[in-house]
Design a protein around this ligand. Structure first.
Ligand code: ZN
Length: 387
């Protein structure tokens, strides 16, 4: 038995105005300071005012939100008792909003009680709306929540199908303001979701469909959105692609590049999209060396040439590398400015983090510890994976 979970998705130009139609008394916008500065919080407030919904704002979500922030937000929710929670921003505010929602409805839960095996009974006090302002994480349509455990220097991958937003608003207006570097990092994150979602062992017909469409859109429109942020069509297509990729990996999981990227991010504070997409071609090679040729389907779908599955697979991996280079992204860990000594010192920590990351589970090839170490080392030097 399988599920395909999705919020109700409101997308395209003017999608935000949906908020003017909601029924309720009070809403809390969970966001970060940047969203205030960009004026995005005011835009949301205006719509809620039209719906006669009173609003408060929690704008203290930091990048890679920590458990403490989630607890503080949940306390505010318990105090104000909203019937709507609006997660506004990139992945961090939306993830934080999901976790705060869960703790608001279930104050008895420890944060790590938000897991797929626990029945939470959410939705009795409030509904969750996610409003994505970047085109990458897909958090608006997934039930995953990634939080930081600062004491343990690790990322906590939490989530329950119940923390899926009730409504996701995918309005391309928000994406227009992303600077080029953020456009590239988040867009490559979406590409990683879609490729891992398609090639991992939990792939399924429903997720495959949205992953393929997302990959096609990203190869076509990400370079355009990167080069010219004012290209409204490219921005809209990328905003949709990120949500499609989110639906894909939200229902088939990501894989090894995410496990390694989470691990690296927790130790060296590399932004999520930059970290996971850096590892993507290395892990694709690692999988392809063991005969995972699902990549060939993707290559065919986006119109790459090649004779047979093997050649098509290597064409796709080359295309992923070329795309990263076209977006001026770093393709090895050394270029990220990580010193060799620091890598060596942190290696044990990196390995343990990656091995314990739940995204490693659907990887089509499970690395043993020696292979995982070599993957990090090869990615450090930019060497092709030949094992
Ligand atoms: Zn990701």
């Amino acid at each position: 038995m399988w599920f395909f979970s999705s919020p109700q998705i409101v997308f395209g130009e003017g999608a935000l105005s949906y908020l003017a139609q909601i029924q309720g008394k009070r809403a809390v916008i969970i966001t970060d300071e940047q969203m205030q500065k960009l004026g995005f919080v005011d835009l949301v407030k205006e719509q809620l005012a039209q719906a006669n919904v009173e609003t408060r704002v929690f704008d203290q979500v930091e990048p890679e939100p920590c458990l403490d922030t989630v607890r503080r937000g949940a306390l505010m929710l318990c105090d104000y008792e909203p019937d709507w929670i609006i997660g506004l921003g990139g992945g961090s505010p939306m993830d934080a909003a999901k976790a705060m929602w869960a703790l608001y409805e279930r104050p008895d839960l420890p944060p790590d009680g938000i897991n797929p095996l626990e029945y939470l009974g959410l939705g009795k006090k409030a509904k969750l709306v996610t409003v994505s302002t970047t085109s990458g994480t897909g958090s608006e349509v997934t039930w995953f929540t990634v939080l930081s455990d600062l004491n343990e220097k690790r990322k906590l991958g939490l989530g329950s199908r119940e923390t899926l937003a009730t409504i996701a608003i995918v309005d391309p207006m928000f994406a227009m303001k992303m600077p080029p570097r953020l456009t590239a990092d988040t867009g490559l994150d979406a590409l990683t979701h879609a490729i891992e979602g398609y090639a991992g062992t939990w792939h399924n017909d429903f997720a495959d469909a949205v992953c393929l469409k997302a990959i096609e859109l990203i190869f076509r429109f990400l370079p355009l959105a990167y080069r010219n942020g004012d290209d409204a069509e490219a921005r809209e297509k990328m905003h949709n692609a990120a949500a499609l990729a989110g639906l894909g990996f939200g229902n088939s999981m990501a894989a090894l590049a995410h496990a390694m990227g989470h691990s690296l991010g927790a130790v060296f504070h590399v932004p999520h999209g930059r970290a996971v997409s850096l590892f993507l071609p290395y892990t694709m090679e690692f999988n392809a060396n063991a005969g995972n040729y699902r990549y060939a389907d993707i290559a065919k779908f986006i119109g790459l040439d090649g004779l047979g599955e093997q050649q098509l697979t290597w064409q796709l991996i080359a295309a992923v590398r070329d795309l990263a280079i076209e977006l001026d992204s770093k393709t090895d860990l050394m270029s990220l400015g990580i010193a060799r000594d620091d890598l060596n010192k942190s290696m044990e920590h990196l390995l343990v983090n990656a091995e314990n990351d739940n995204q490693i589970v659907p990887s089509s090839r499970q690395p043993d510890r020696a292979e995982l170490r070599k993957l990090f080392e090869y990615a450090y030097e930019g060497k092709h994976i030949d094992f």
